[in-house]
Design a protein around this ligand. Structure first.
Ligand SMILES: Nc1nc2c(ncn2[C@@H]2O[C@H](COP(=O)(O)OP(=O)(O)OP(=O)(O)O)[C@@H](O)[C@H]2O)c(=O)[nH]1
Length: 290
């Protein structure tokens, strides 16, 4: 049986809502999780976007090391992509994203002016998988709270434009939809689904915490970055008694569980997942450029 289960009804609804939002904008700010930039990319997205301008945002940059960030930056640039790294919780890298969106959408006004029309603000929507930090980014762009940002999937609201110029001294050239677009994800790649579940970037899905925690340990132990004595490696060994050189996810969880009850093992698995999600485990990516 697959480790992750979805509810198809939610996928259909999310897809419909996303397409409606895409139809209204000039620019798309695609937010991915910097720990899993590939698994948080949807293979159908290019098809949905057509030739609409896009700005690629890798959020949660605080959760990966500067070396890993540089590796992704080089890898993406080699492929013609320009990533903007952000920490939407602290507001880092956010003003660069706003500028990139204005530049990416400027073609709209060039066309309007050529046709004798007055320029208008560029319209953008922030899209991405559940929980990657879309609301936090919108709120940081606007420097106030217009969207609920929470650890769990938020509520849908009526679509409304919010202008960056509503901020004193800021550009009048960008408007953002206040409801972020959620990219629905189908169950056709279990490996990516597991990474999304580990990072909690998956929304309406159910999964077995113990299996997902064991898979997380397997992914971590396979990271080449941990082959050396990096701070993250030392922390795993000293604080979590996890030796990436010697353990698999199953053997680690068995050791964690010891002769404890099933409920204790479940709690240990949840704690481990939570520590990863909060960043207490260290700056650990689950993907590196290949
Ligand atoms: N460490 C860290 N946490 C972040 C960052 N951005 C957002 N978060 C946290 O991630 C969680 C999800 O953020 P949201 O902004 O609600 O994510 P979302 O994509 O709008 O979520 P949905 O509405 O469920 O699709 C919150 O607990 C945020 O505080 C970041 O850059 N770094």
């Amino acid at each position: 049986m697959a480790a992750i289960q979805w509810y198809p009804g939610h996928i259909a609804r999310a897809e419909r809502q996303l397409k409606e939002q895409l139809n209204r904008v000039d620019v798309v700010l695609e937010v991915r999780d910097a720990r899993i930039p590939l698994a948080t990319h949807h293979p159908q997205l290019e098809g949905w976007l057509g030739d609409k301008a896009r700005v690629l945002v890798l959020n949660r940059m605080d959760m990966i090391s500067p070396a890993v960030r540089e590796a992704w930056e080089a890898w993406l640039r080699d492929r013609g992509e320009v990533p903007y790294f952000t920490d939407a919780r602290q507001g880092k890298g956010v003003s660069q994203v706003a500028r990139a969106a204005e530049t990416a959408g400027s073609g709209v006004n060039e066309r309007r002016i050529a046709r004798g029309m007055r320029p208008r603000p560029i319209r953008a929507v922030v899209i991405g998988f559940p929980n990657v930090g879309k609301s936090a980014l919108i709120n940081r762009l606007l420097r106030r709270k217009v969207v609920e940002s929470a650890r769990r999937a938020g509520v849908t609201r009526q679509l409304r434009w919010v202008r960056l110029s509503d901020r004193p001294g800021k550009s009048a050239n960008l408007e953002i939809l206040d409801a972020p677009g959620i990219i629905p994800w189908r169950l056709d790649n279990q490996e990516n689904a597991v990474k999304l579940a580990i990072c909690e970037d998956i929304g309406e899905a159910s999964y077995d915490n113990q299996r997902v925690a064991a898979m997380m340990v397997d992914l971590i132990t396979q990271l080449p970055e941990l082959a050396g004595e990096t701070p993250a490696y030392e922390r795993l060994r000293d604080r979590y008694h996890l030796n990436p050189r010697e353990m698999t996810g199953e053997s680690y969880l068995t050791q964690l569980g010891g002769d404890r009850h099933q409920g204790d093992l479940e709690r240990a698995a949840c704690e481990l997942l939570n520590d990863f999600r909060k960043g207490t485990l260290g700056q650990i990516p689950l993907e590196l450029p290949v």
